[in-house]
Design a protein around this ligand. Structure first.
Ligand code: NI
Length: 129
């Protein structure tokens, strides 16, 4: 599966983004607010690498506990798939559990995404393209 992005949790998206830009990244998609997940998101790229910066805006965000535990850190890799349901079925057979069922992601052109977790790997995201 091709990689779409690495998801990176930040305490402060603007400050983290400034640091990444100083390291050679450019902004692909400016900061936007995802109402559903209560997070700010931006996308930055460096060559073939795309990083999604994620800033939980308050304690009501489902990502807030992760931020509290891990601070600033990469926490998922997102893979591109053609059929979300088919991929979820295949991965479930490999021991993955669905954390977040398929849902439209307003910050990824409304493509549907899902999150899965595996005890050997942690969290992965799938995006349907
Ligand atoms: Ni992501």
């Amino acid at each position: 599966m091709n990689i779409h992005h690495v998801g990176y949790l930040t305490k402060d998206l603007n400050k983290a983004q400034d640091e990444f830009l100083a390291l050679g990244f450019v902004v692909e998609q400016e900061k936007a607010y995802d109402e559903l997940r209560k997070i700010n998101i931006s996308f930055i790229i460096n060559g073939d690498y795309r990083v999604e910066l994620i800033e939980p805006v308050d304690e009501a965000s489902p990502m807030y506990p992760l931020l509290k535990r891990y601070k600033n850190t990469p926490y998922h890799i997102c893979y591109e798939v053609e059929n979300l349901e088919a991929s979820i079925e295949q991965l479930s057979a490999r021991g993955y559990t669905v954390m977040q069922a398929p849902l439209e992601a307003p910050c990824i052109e409304n493509h549907r995404v899902a999150f899965l977790i595996n005890s050997n790997l942690g969290i992965i995201e799938l995006v349907e393209k």
